[in-house]
Design a protein around this ligand. Structure first.
Ligand SMILES: Nc1ncnc2c1ncn2[C@@H]1O[C@H](COP(=O)(O)OP(=O)(O)O)[C@@H](O)[C@H]1O
Ligand SMILES: [Mg+2]
Length: 367
């Protein structure tokens, strides 16, 4: 009989979304079908250490168990020599290797292609997008440049590099005022969870916000502020894509900032979003195109604005590892589409395995 596949759930990490990631791992580990899979918790600590726990067989009762610090659950450090060893040199570790990794990591060092690159080198299947798709999905400037090249409708934007800003601040202030206008959004190119993002209403605020954004990245994006609704859709698949029902987010404040996402708790989610058939068709079509041109796989949540003035659909961004607790938008969208949380997890694992198999048949050299 074929052995039960081992799924390593990797969570935590060095990003600002460390706590969120632990909450997500707690939900996923409890929901995953343990008759079908061995479930191995792997905690990346705040210091970047990888700790592997023992196989989880029952329900976790406290998210703290995921720190793998107490009693028999105490995690063992894994590093070179363990299964974190490149495939070519690791035959003796082959038995310890998980069959697939579910990287429940958000933001830089997890959702941006870095962990995905490690897993490619290790020769291990994983859930979600590969190196290029994850990197392009995390970098708002690369993402929007690709959208632009394919004619996808989006807000006007402008790029600022740190060394150029230092050389010619007044030039950038002028061109932001002339080409983008106020209010505008100022964002670090690489991050998530609205970290380092601000809405600037005038030139003074703009300067402060650009400085803030440069604390998080070397590149900053300035975008025209869209007045309208925020609508999101879930996509799963590798080549053949499936779309969830759309959902609307109504933050009870000026925009959907870090507090609104994780703290305030008074953001309203409306599922399904009340939009026209025409708008839904456009959203699906743009989401499918974005998924393909960014080279995504497995899953993505694609976020849109519907402009108040004319009802036009504009793409905002893709999230290659969207919030994934049972109360997050992405799993809720699928629940309303008929795919319950444990089944969604199962589908994503299967898609990750299929993607790896498809890639194994690719030749790297001439015969
Ligand atoms: N161009 C824009 N016009 C209007 N609102 C925006 C714009 N860009 C961002 N926002 C607001 O800021 C939030 C976070 O921005 P987003 O680009 O989605 O960053 P993140 O990757 O951190 O989620 C959005 O959900 C929305 O509420
Ligand atoms: Mg967003």
């Amino acid at each position: 009989m074929k052995k039960k596949p081992t799924v390593a759930i990797v969570y935590g990490g060095k990003s600002a979304e460390y706590e969120v990631s632990l909450q997500t791992a707690f939900s996923v580990i409890n929901a995953i079908d343990k008759e079908k899979y061995n479930v191995l918790p792997v905690h990346i600590t705040n210091n970047g250490e990888w700790l592997e726990g023992s196989t989880v067989t029952g329900k976790l009762t406290d998210v703290k168990q995921l720190m793998l610090e107490d009693g028999k659950e105490k995690g063992e450090k894994i590093s070179a020599g363990g299964w974190l060893t490149p495939a070519v040199a690791a035959e003796e570790n082959e038995n310890d290797k998980p069959d697939i990794v579910f990287p429940l990591l958000h933001g830089p060092n997890g959702e941006d292609g870095t962990v995905q690159g490690l897993l490619e080198i290790l020769g291990i299947a994983y859930v979600g997008s590969g190196v290029a798709g994850s990197a392009a999905g995390m970098d708002k400037i690369m993402m929007k440049d690709i959208f632009k090249a394919h004619g996808l409708p989006q807000a006007d934007y402008m790029r600022i590099d740190r060394h150029e800003w230092e050389r010619d601040r007044s030039g950038y202030i002028r061109s932001a005022a002339e080409t983008i206008g106020f209010p505008c959004f100022v964002k670090p190119a690489n991050n998530g969870s609205s970290i380092g993002i601000n809405k600037s209403h005038d030139e003074n605020e703009f300067v402060g916000h650009v400085e803030t954004a440069f604390q998080y990245d070397q590149k900053v994006i300035v975008e025209a502020a869209i007045v309208g609704r925020e609508v999101e859709i879930g996509v799963i698949g590798n080549e053949d894509l499936e779309f969830s029902v759309p959902g609307e987010i109504k933050p009870n404040k000026e925009f959907y900032d870090y507090e609104a996402k994780y703290k305030d708790g008074d953001t309203t989610l409306i599922i399904p979003a009340d939009i026209t058939d025409e708008q839904l068709k456009t959203i699906r079509s743009i989401a499918g195109t974005a998924f393909k041109i960014l080279n995504l796989s497995g899953l993505a949540r694609v976020d849109f604005f519907i402009r108040e003035a004319d009802g036009q659909v504009l793409i905002n961004e893709v999230n290659t590892m969207p919030g994934f607790t049972p109360f997050s938008m992405f799993p809720l969208l699928w629940k309303h589409t008929g795919l319950e949380y444990p089944d969604l997890i199962d589908r994503l694992i299967q898609l990750g395995i299929e993607r790896r198999q498809a890639r194994e048949s690719i030749r790297y050299r001439l015969e």
